[in-house]
Design a binder for this molecule. Structure first.
Ligand SMILES: Cc1cc2nc3c(=O)[nH]c(=O)nc-3n(C[C@H](O)[C@H](O)[C@H](O)COP(=O)(O)OP(=O)(O)OC[C@H]3O[C@@H](n4cnc5c(N)ncnc54)[C@H](O)[C@@H]3O)c2cc1C
Length: 319
């Protein structure tokens, strides 16, 4: 059987922070069959200790400066939308969320508008339970096709198996990799849906940074105390900086890469924000961003500091 070949890649090209070192062996499957074939070969190697990392669009992931060793599955080419009925679609895990939003509205359906401005993939959105505009991915998911690394096979999980919560699911890329998602949308008023999408894009343009970034860095500790507001009140917006990483002047929960930032700069600034917020307000805030790759000792220490006491556990998957 001819299985997809791997290729070297640059981590910074596959993370929206635009930081990160080399990816030794990147696989870019374009079909479900290709993804399953590659994973069926990699699965036994993973069981023997080889690392496997998974990237969608890299819009919530900070890649280590030393890059990612082992195998890396980059799913952004696994992009497809297949109708299963009048309002149900099978969406490839690598499909960009803006495409899902426009496709559903063009089909006369509502429920997917909130995805319009989230720069990730369908698989990443399920893993993170991405959300916006008061909605989250869980609301449109019916079931997902995951490759189960322990069983070394493709299986289907129902929505109720996924334990969705605020920006989380129980899917760990070190155990189960989402390859396709069956989504359900609803008939609705298209004028309202299109207006909601336009409003959301205008809001993002006005309030989110345009420099490279990884979206919201920290989970909000409480809906009434969003991290952006806490940082803003402490004067951190546009001020707190480590190397070439700066708290965005537009939003206190975004860190921007001024051009030459390293992963250590971003981690160092995250640790600084976490410490300052705790010391000034008593709120313990924990990363929404994920960490991936071969950490230096300094990066490992910073990540452990950031995750210490995090109820979400350590969801980094260092190679
Ligand atoms: C400008 C900007 C705005 C953003 N706005 C929002 C927002 O409004 N709401 C929101 O929720 N998020 C937002 N984000 C964060 C991000 O877009 C979401 O978390 C998105 O769901 C991540 O998808 P991704 O494909 O980029 O995931 P990645 O960053 O590639 O991966 C995230 C995690 O999921 C895992 N993963 C990825 N794909 C799979 C898969 N197929 N199977 C199993 N695990 C997988 C990865 O290993 C990693 O642990 C924003 C980010 C940016 C840069």
């Amino acid at each position: 059987m001819t299985v997809l070949e791997s290729t070297p890649a640059l981590g910074s090209a596959f993370s929206t922070y635009r930081v990160g070192g080399p990816i030794d062996c990147a696989y870019f499957p374009q079909t479900l069959e290709q993804a399953v074939e590659v994973l069926a070969v990699l699965g036994p190697k993973v069981a023997q200790g080889q690392s496997l990392s998974v990237l969608g669009w890299g819009s919530n992931t900070l890649v280590a400066s030393q890059g990612i060793a082992g195998a890396t599955l980059i799913l952004r080419k696994l992009a497809s939308i297949e109708p299963l009925g009048p309002n149900r679609f099978r969406i490839g895990a690598g499909t960009h969320l803006a495409k899902v939003a426009t496709f559903s509205v063009d089909a006369g359906l509502t429920g997917g508008e909130f995805l319009i401005g989230i720069p990730g993939t369908m698989g990443g959105a399920v893993a993170m339970n991405a959300g916006a505009m008061g909605q989250d991915t869980a609301a449109i998911v019916e079931r997902v096709a995951v490759f189960d690394l322990a069983a070394n096979e493709l299986c289907w999980l129902e929505k109720t198996d996924l334990t969705f919560g605020y920006r989380q699911s129980n899917l760990s890329p070190t155990r189960s990799i989402v390859l396709a998602v069956d989504c359900l949308f609803q008939p609705g008023d298209m004028a309202t849906a299109k207006a909601r999408m336009a409003d959301n894009m205008a809001f993002r343009k006005a309030h989110h940074p345009h420099e490279p970034n990884g979206g919201s860095v920290f989970r909000n500790p409480d809906p009434a105390h969003p991290v952006g507001k806490l940082v803003d009140e402490l004067g951190g917006r546009g001020q707190w900086q480590v190397g070439q990483a700066l708290v965005s002047p537009m939003h206190g929960n975004f860190i921007i890469n001024l051009g030459e930032a390293t992963s250590a700069d971003v981690l160092g600034l995250m640790a600084q924000v976490q410490r300052r917020v705790f010391e000034a307000t008593g709120w313990r805030i924990f990363p929404e961003n994920r960490w991936m790759g071969q950490a230096t000792e300094a990066e490992t220490n910073l990540w452990h500091q950031l995750k210490q006491g995090d109820p979400h556990g350590d969801d980094a998957h260092a190679a």
